[in-house]
Design a protein around this ligand. Structure first.
Ligand code: OAD
Length: 239
């Protein structure tokens, strides 16, 4: 079966990675995205923003994929054609064994030059994360090519999504037989518009989320479950 998984921060919640809008644990509950997740914020205080993303990268590096990530990778091993489209910037889908993961909002464990766009190899965002437990301002390294400051290779508010990722996401949703939308509040566009681009009724659309979805009419079924339990239920159903 052709399966597309569209995941959000809730996919990684059981791995200990904070979501963005959950009342108690949401990242945006404690940190102001306008101060940390915009190009203007980076230009105003590169060290604050780089240090915050290094702290988040260190937390992701310490985290482990959960049963939800592992179950999605198992679907592909069971012979289904599985495409994973994620809003998440962590690499837990990849570390669980999924391949060809489409990152709509970029990658936390990567950087690029703020001025010329060069992606450094090896990537300093991945280096020295083991001992990093607190977020503290830290001046970003300079680009080896032009001397500009390196920035996290993520999509900030006000920035366009990577065109190739968006095209791949639209195609993955349009020609799948089953669309599984896991752990997203469905509040951030254009990603939030993807479920309604599924070709229903030929495509079955399932939401997996402990909370009620923002737009329930987008789904054929809403499984009020955490990602790990929802994906395990899907594995049993498709076995
Ligand atoms: P949100 O924090 O907006 O929503 C997280 C969703 O996960 C909520 O609907 C929760 O109910 C659900 N959830 C919580 N725990 C869960 C669990 N164990 N299993 C399944 N679901 C669970 O995160 P996103 O929808 O991913 O954008 O946010 C979308 C975008 O907004 C992010 O990619 C980021 C943010 O600003 C950028 O950084 C550009």
């Amino acid at each position: 079966m052709r399966i597309t998984v569209l995941s959000g921060a809730g996919m990684s919640a059981e791995s200990g990675i904070p979501t963005f809008r959950d009342a108690l644990t949401g990242l945006w509950a404690d940190y102001d995205p306008a101060r940390l997740a915009t190009p203007e914020a980076f230009e105003a205080d590169p060290a604050l923003v780089w240090g915050w993303y290094r702290w988040r990268a260190a937390a992701v590096a310490r985290a482990q994929p959960n049963a939800g990530h592992l179950g999605i990778a198992a679907l592909a091993r069971a012979g289904h054609r599985v495409r994973v489209v994620t809003q998440n910037v962590d690499d837990l889908h990849e570390r669980a064994g999924s391949t060809g993961v489409v990152h709509l909002h970029g990658r936390l464990l990567a950087s690029r030059c703020f001025a010329c766009g060069l992606r450094p190899q090896p990537d300093p965002m991945r280096e020295g994360l083991a001992g990093l437990h607190a977020q503290a301002p830290c001046a970003p390294p300079a680009c080896a090519a032009c001397g500009g400051p390196l920035r996290p290779d993520v999509v900030w508010f006000g920035e366009a999504l990577p065109e190739d990722a968006w095209r791949a996401a639209v195609e993955a949703v349009a020609d799948c037989e089953l669309l599984v939308v896991v752990g997203t509040s469905g509040l951030v566009y254009p990603a939030a518009a993807l479920p309604q681009q599924a070709r229903r009724p030929r495509t079955r659309v399932i939401a997996i989320n402990p909370a009620a979805p923002e737009a329930p009419w987008q789904f054929d079924e809403v499984w009020r479950l955490p990602a790990s339990e929802g994906v395990e239920r899907l594995l049993r159903e498709l076995a």
